[in-house]
Design a protein around this ligand. Sequence first.
Ligand code: COA
Length: 161
Amino acid sequence: MRIAVYPGTFDPVTNGHLDITRRAVKLFDKVILAVAQDNNKNPLFSLQERQELLKEATKDIENTEVRSFSGLTVHFARECGAKAIIRGMRALTDFEFEFQLALMNKKLDPTLETVFLMTKSDFSYISSSTIKWAARLDANISEFVPQNVENALMRKYNKLV
Ligand code: COA
């Protein structure tokens, strides 16, 4: 069974992440979406909230599973029996960070490959941060995130009951 781990902070999951997930399941038998506990990112949503939002958003995507992890991604990937780490690549700005991360992960576990999928152009300019920022300032974010995430953001920012 070809298993891949798709790690991220997912604070919150966006349609960009979902697009990558849908494409990744065509390449692997199973994709484990791995919510990282802490990344020095000071997340808006708790680990449990991020995991629940991701679970709800991916419930219709077959052969996916949502889990959380702490520690190194490569250790978690090995524990899952994964052969690959999936990452989405947006524009040039992502390249340096992703390149460093992939090389570090390769050093930590040479048996694991990082597979990059190019983000669909519709989502290449969005990020979890810009979506949170826009939502806080009352922008309509419905085309960038699943409905449950939009509702959760509205609740966080007290825009809706
Ligand atoms: N379309 C649009 N935006 C996308 C996207 C896509 N397809 N894919 C990612 N993004 C955006 C996200 O919205 C997010 O935006 P933000 O920076 O404004 O929050 C950003 O790209 C990346 O976030 P995310 O996809 O959630 O992942 P991440 O970069 O925060 O995840 C880990 C980093 C979890 C992979 C990394 O920190 C890690 O591996 N941590 C565990 C410890 C470890 O092993 N470290 C490495 C070795 S020392």
